[in-house]
Design a binder for this molecule. Structure first.
Ligand SMILES: [Zn+2]
Length: 385
């Protein structure tokens, strides 16, 4: 039997082998250090920008006064707005659009705006043609999008006495026109589900429904249900698949994050804003809210839904005291919102202890400005005088 011939796996001498091992160890420690460095860079990349450094677009604002102190605040804290005209069934449309346009012309960087349309003439012949002509005029002057409000579906009626729903065929030519032009629709359809429940002092919007009983649906026979209104909104998304619908106020689905996620999956044209509803988000487990943002970072727009509102709600201009109070309120709102979305650890939001979301930088950049810039074509609007 031939003795086993042990052959060295390579041709290195024992001395070479030791050197080779040393070189390999060096390479390994270099690779480990390099990976650590890459991780550190990535972590720094994903760390939230400082509050003043990130551009914050409030995609749901209602400012109808030129208030130098407020303009200064917006510029100082790096906030820009999308100024939304709203409510189509009152006699203030001309004045409101004129103010919005004046503000935009004076401060194109701060107040790009969205238009709305008349609902008083809805039963007249040629109604939709008139609306389309009016909106085309507003688009020429720079309007970014169009707003519809909860009066459609909850208050206005058709000639036959039934409620005028948001998916009524009356509106189809208008929606189709927006679809063709690529102009989004801000849709405030329905209310939070609690509007259909008994008044509850512990609920998020108790103060509003206690004061504004006309929007509190509980016990009112013959009104559309929350589910019917949401289905009508979904029907618009289905009928007009190219129409970008920014369903404001978390799409009136603030009680159910799974229902929001399901619509993101089902309708590529469905977007939401957080206008006046961050205080609803803090009632959900933070992990779950965070997952919604991480899974659908392109579909959620930041918004606050505050403003200086004259043409519709008030007959007389606000006092200086009211203006400064409102400016302080808005400054605090923008800051505490950022603490919630971008901060870490426990915090107090709207009187509630909550874990801040600690969203990664890339998601914050989309939520706070990139989505609004993209969907509403804001860069063009800022350049236009
Ligand atoms: Zn609003």
């Amino acid at each position: 039997m031939k003795p086993m011939n042990f052959v060295r796996p390579c041709t290195l001498s024992p001395v070479d082998e030791v050197n080779w091992m040393r070189a390999a160890m060096k390479l390994l420690s270099f690779i480990t250090a390099f990976c650590g460095f890459i991780h550190a860079v990535q972590a720094a990349d994903e760390a939230a920008p400082a509050y003043a450094d990130i551009l914050k677009i409030d995609a749901h604002s209602h400012v109808f006064e030129d208030i130098p102190a407020y303009n200064d605040l917006l510029r100082r804290i790096n906030v820009r707005t999308v100024n939304i005209c709203v409510v189509g069934a009152k006699q203030h449309l001309f004045l409101m659009h004129r103010i919005a346009l004046d503000l935009y012309r004076k401060h194109p960087d701060l107040y790009p705006f969205s238009a709305t349309f008349d609902l008083l003439g809805r039963d007249q012949p040629g109604y939709t043609d008139k609306v389309i002509a009016h909106l085309d005029g507003m688009f020429q002057k720079g309007a970014l999008a169009v707003k519809i409000w909860k009066e459609i579906g909850m208050s206005l009626k058709r000639p036959d006495g039934t409620f005028l729903m948001p998916d009524d065929p009356l509106f189809d030519p208008i929606y189709s026109h927006l679809e063709e032009l690529g102009k989004p629709l801000h849709a405030h359809i329905a209310e939070p589900l609690e509007a259909w429940l008994p008044l509850d002092p512990n609920s998020v919007n108790y103060a509003y429904y206690a004061r504004r009983s006309e929007w509190h649906m509980y016990g009112k026979a013959g009104y559309p249900t929350h589910a019917e209104l949401i289905a009508a909104r979904d029907h618009i998304l289905e009928k007009h698949p190219k129409l970008i619908v920014i369903a404001v106020h978390l799409g009136s689905l603030e009680h159910d994050l799974d229902a929001i996620a399901a619509r993101f999956e089902r309708f590529p044209n469905f977007y939401i804003d957080t206008g006046a509803r961050t205080r609803n988000l803090v009632h959900h487990p933070s992990d779950k809210v965070r997952q919604l943002f991480l899974k659908h970072p392109d579909r959620i727009l930041y918004g606050v839904d505050l403003g200086f509102w004259l043409p519709n709600a008030n007959d007389t201009p606000a006092s200086d005291a009211h203006r400064s109070e409102q400016i302080s309120k808005m400054e605090l709102q923008y800051k505490s919102d950022y603490d919630y979305y971008a901060g870490k650890g426990m915090m107090t939001y709207d009187g509630r202890e909550v874990q801040a979301l600690n969203l990664p930088r890339s998601v914050l950049e989309k939520f706070y400005h990139e989505n609004a810039e993209h969907v509403l074509k804001l860069k063009q609007a800022w350049e236009q005088k």
